[in-house]
Design a protein around this ligand. Structure first.
Ligand SMILES: N[C@@H](CCC(=O)N[C@@H](CS)C(=O)NCC(=O)O)C(=O)O
Length: 219
C-alpha cells in the first residue's frame, strides 16, 4: 500500500517530505492548509488528534512527530542511510535532530504563531520580538555545523549522506526570513541550502510546496 504524507507548504513536514522523495517510491502527498485551519477539522483530528503536520500513514499506522517519523523511515529504508547505524553517531545525529525539533522550531513558533502562547496582543508582540532575537544564535549554531561539514569535506550535516538535519536546516533558515533574519548572513548555511535545493529529491519537494527559499524582506 502506498504511504501517505500529510504536509503543509513550508512547514516542518518538509523534513519527511524530502526523505520520501529521496527514497523514490511512490507516495501520496496530502496538503493540509494550516492557514485555513484544516488541521482542526474533525476529519483531520481523526488522523492526528493533536492537529499538526506531519503525519505519515503507512498501512494502518499513522505516525506523528518528526523524530519518530525519521526513525521509522530510516528503519523502513535502511539502504538510504538517513541515520547512522553505529550507536554513538546515531545518538549524536538524533541529539541534533531533537534539538532542532524541541528548541529551535518552537522558538520560531513563538514568532510565527504567538497567539498559541498568549491571547493578549501586547504579550504576543513581546513574545514575537524576544523569540526572533533568540532564534538568531540558534541559526548561528547551525551555521557552525554547515561550516564544519564543509571544512571536513562532508557533503551533508550528518556526514556523507543527505538526511533529516539537512532538510530541517533548510526549513529553519527559510523560516528565519519571516523573523527578519537575512539567510545570506549565514553564508555556509545559505550555500548548503542552495546546494540542497539543486538535489532532485529536494527540488521536487520544493516544487510541490511552491517554496521560495529566501523570504527575507529588509525592514
Ligand atoms: N514536534 C512536532 C511539531 C509539529 C508542528 O509544530 N507542526 C506545525 C507545522 S511546522 C503545525 O502543524 N502547526 C499547526 C498548528 O499547530 O495549528 C513534530 O515533530 O511533528
Amino acid at each position: 500500500m502506498t504511504m501517505k504524507l500529510y504536509f503543509a507548504p513550508g512547514a516542518c513536514s518538509f523534513v519527511p517530505h524530502t526523505l520520501l522523495e529521496a527514497v523514490g517510491e511512490p507516495f501520496e502527498a496530502v496538503m493540509v492548509k494550516l492557514h485555513k485551519g484544516e488541521q482542526n477539522s474533525p476529519e483531520y483530528r481523526a488522523i492526528n488528534p493533536r492537529g499538526q503536520v506531519p503525519v505519515l500513514v503507512d498501512g494502518e499506522a499513522a505516525i506523528t512527530q518528526i523524530v519518530a517519523i525519521v526513525d521509522y523511515l530510516d528503519r523502513r529504508f535502511p539502504q538510504m542511510g538517513f541515520l547512522p547505524t553505529q550507536a554513538l553517531p546515531r545518538a549524536r545525529l538524533l541529539e541534533t535532530l531533537a534539538w532542532m525539533n524541541n528548541t529551535v522550531h518552537p522558538t520560531f513558533t513563538h514568532v510565527f504563531m504567538p497567539f498559541k502562547y498568549s491571547d493578549k496582543p501586547e504579550v504576543q508582540a513581546e513574545l514575537k520580538a524576544y523569540n526572533a532575537q533568540a532564534y538568531r544564535p540558534m541559526l548561528a549554531e547551525i551555521e557552525a555545523m554547515a561550516r564544519g561539514a564543509a571544512d571536513r569535506g562532508d557533503g551533508f550535516l550528518g556526514g556523507a549522506q543527505f538526511g533529516p538535519l539537512d532538510a530541517y536546516a533548510l526549513t529553519l533558515l527559510r523560516w528565519g526570513g519571516f523573523a527578519g533574519i537575512d539567510p545570506t548572513s549565514f553564508p555556509a548555511l545559505w550555500a548548503h541550502v542552495q546546494k540542497l535545493a539543486q538535489m532532485p529529491p529536494v527540488a521536487r519537494a520544493i516544487a510541490r510546496e511552491r517554496l521560495q527559499l529566501n523570504v527575507y524582506q529588509a525592514a
